[in-house]
Design a protein around this ligand. Structure first.
Ligand code: ATP
Ligand code: MG
Length: 568
């Protein structure tokens, strides 16, 4: 393509809401255009080209794995979501609206219901299973804080796949196949990534994995072990049980006057004991369906931090939010002196599993200026759950080595669903004995438009984008520095024609602009390689440039053809 003929509106101006490199460069490079700064974007020719390349790789690998592409209606009748129970449950991210006949509709943020509806009408027998159907289509989520450009849009492109099986084992086989397929996709895209154990909601278990593109700007914290394969989202990470070297505060059970000791730190100083032997009691407000809510106390060791997603799953809530002082007082709780053992009647308390059989513990007395010492939980029946946020340095549950944190961008998520949707929606099949059974499902997502941002977060410098080979908008850019120089133009046109003939996706910069401006655009757009035809052509020399590192290799005009033919 000729640069002068395509719409690539590059600009020096950084959008004022942009902080991430990918957001800045995708806008400045004229890949995308913001629509009123509200998490909505137009894809311009270059952005569309990259998006299509990424999409093609996703499709190619999925098709090879036996998945079948469909395209579902973006506008979804609310009735389907009422059947599954999600119409009420899904928060404000779900855009609900009515048509002229006053019927309720939604814009699909995900398409489980729609796909189950498709399958329940068409699949009746075990002979038609398994089935893996996917689409690469728009999603709409009315995100509370759309930000970071394509990273967290409101309207975005997702590959969403759903598989249907006659048994749990077969679904697990497909889940593993999808993990392998996703690995192929991210590897082909040239990304550094990790597959991590992910939060599976209230269902729990290891039925969910995320594909994290490693980048410092990632919103997700991942816990990784460098000694073995273990990696998990901090929301789901587990550790080897912690032990404490410090001496336990042996004491008989008693109430103790502890003025001004409202924090774990103050309490630890007051009693001269390790926080390991203190109980941290955290109050949260849990939100449920139909506007219901309740105050819940979460108790864990003072040396540990509460992991909010784990806590939320433990009480099966839709969300956990901070509690106000008034709400705390209304629940009969004393801030700074709460404890899990002395609680107002009916108040829900969840204990961290590390407190099971703990003894010599100190906890709040739920009375101003008082704590209880010598508490033992040995043999105490209670609601125990893993509530702990794994910290850096905690030991790996698989190999015992210390783990560390790293940051990632969630680019894909695969999930063993089971019959969560097929049961309420009545997606049944007849098994070999003619008995009706709910189909067992898996669900698999990739953030296709988010991938553009992820690629650039991982691959950029202070000048612009550095696209990976398979994602690049062009394979090669040929830059004629001065189009008034006939020799430069002649060589540029010759190489351009040669490359086109060889099927190389090449961009010829034959614009009237200054050379400096053209090079700035080259750096900003991030095409992996360029041939720069400049002043030195009179000495028979041109430059072959590699965008990654801006490595320039001066070469003779005679040699350049061979270099190009060899590389492409
Ligand atoms: P996140 O935790 O980042 O909000 P999610 O877990 O809600 O994402 P899923 O429901 O798992 O997202 O959706 C599948 C994929 O879609 C994600 O792995 C992610 O790559 C992509 N995705 C989700 N939300 C957005 C968004 N607002 N903008 C762009 N891509 C998104
Ligand atoms: Mg997810």
């Amino acid at each position: 393509m000729r640069f002068s003929r395509i719409l690539i509106p590059t600009t020096k101006e950084t959008p004022n809401d942009a902080t991430l490199a990918s957001h800045i460069y995708l806008i400045r490079g004229g890949f995308i255009q913001s629509v009123g700064g509200s998490g909505l974007y137009n894809f311009l020719p270059l952005g569309k080209k990259v998006l299509d390349k990424v999409r093609a790789i996703v499709k190619d690998e999925l098709d090879k794995a036996g998945c079948q592409e469909v395209s579902l209606s973006f506008v979804t009748p609310a009735a389907l979501w009422q059947e599954s129970g999600r119409f009420e449950k899904y928060g404000k991210e779900l855009l609900r609206f009515k048509d002229r006949k006053n019927n309720d509709f939604i814009l699909g943020p995900t398409h489980e219901e729609m796909m189950v509806n498709l399958v329940r009408q068409t699949v009746k027998s075990y002979k038609q299973l398994p089935l893996n159907l996917y689409q690469i289509n728009l999603k709409f989520r009315d995100e509370i804080r759309p930000r970071f450009g394509l990273m967290r849009g409101r309207e975005f492109l997702m590959k969403d796949g759903y598989s249907f099986h006659s048994s749990v084992e077969d679904m697990k086989r497909e889940f593993d196949l999808m993990e392998e397929t996703y690995k192929k996709i991210f590897t082909r895209l040239g990304l550094k990534f990790r597959v991590v154990e992910a939060d599976s909601g209230a269902i729990g278990g290891s039925g969910s994995k995320e594909f994290m593109v490693l980048a410092d700007s990632g919103e997700d914290t991942i816990v990784v072990c460098d000694n073995c394969e273990y990696a998990a989202n901090v929301e789901a990470a587990v550790r080897k049980e912690k032990v404490c070297e410090a001496e336990a505060p042996e004491a008989v059970f008693a109430k103790f006057h502890t003025p001004d000791t409202k924090t774990i730190e103050a309490l630890s100083k007051f009693f001269h004991v390790d926080p390991y032997y203190l109980v941290k009691t955290v109050a949260k407000k849990a939100l449920y369906d139909e506007g219901k809510s309740e105050v819940v106390l979460f108790a864990l060791r003072g040396s540990d931090e509460l992991q909010i997603v784990k806590a939320c799953n433990a009480v099966n809530a839709n969300d956990l939010v901070d509690i106000t002082e008034d709400e705390l007082a209304n629940a009969g709780l004393i801030a700074g002196y709460m404890g899990p053992t002395v609680v107002p009647e009916g108040l829900k308390v969840v204990f961290d599993t590390n407190l099971k059989d703990a003894s010599s513990m100190i906890c709040g007395a739920n009375e101003e200026d008082h704590h209880l010492i010598g508490n033992s939980f040995v043999g105490v029946e209670a609601d125990y759950h893993d509530l702990v946020a794994v910290q850096e340095g905690d030991l790996c549950s698989c190999c015992g080595e210390p783990m560390r944190y790293t940051k990632g961008i969630e680019a894909g998520h695969i999930f063993q669903l089971g019959t969560q949707y097929s049961e309420p929606l009545g997606a049944n099949f007849l098994d070999e004995n003619g008995k009706a059974q709910p189909m067992v499902m898996g669900t698999y997502g990739i953030g296709v438009s988010r991938l553009l941002a992820a690629i650039i977060e991982q691959n950029h410098d202070d000048k612009g984008c550095i696209w990976t080979k398979e994602s690049a908008p062009f394979d090669l850019q040929i830059i004629i520095s001065n189009i008034k120089d006939e020799d430069q133009v002649a060589l540029g046109e010759k190489l351009y024609a040669l490359m086109l003939e060889k099927g190389v996706d090449v961009l010829l910069d034959e614009r009237k602009d200054r050379f400096g401006a053209k090079m700035k655009d080259y750096e900003l757009l991030g095409v992996p390689h360029a041939v720069v035809i400049g002043k030195k052509l009179s000495d028979g020399l041109v430059e072959f440039v590699t965008r990654d590192g801006m490595v320039k290799q001066e070469t003779s005009v005679d040699a350049i053809e061979n270099i190009l033919l060899k590389r492409f």
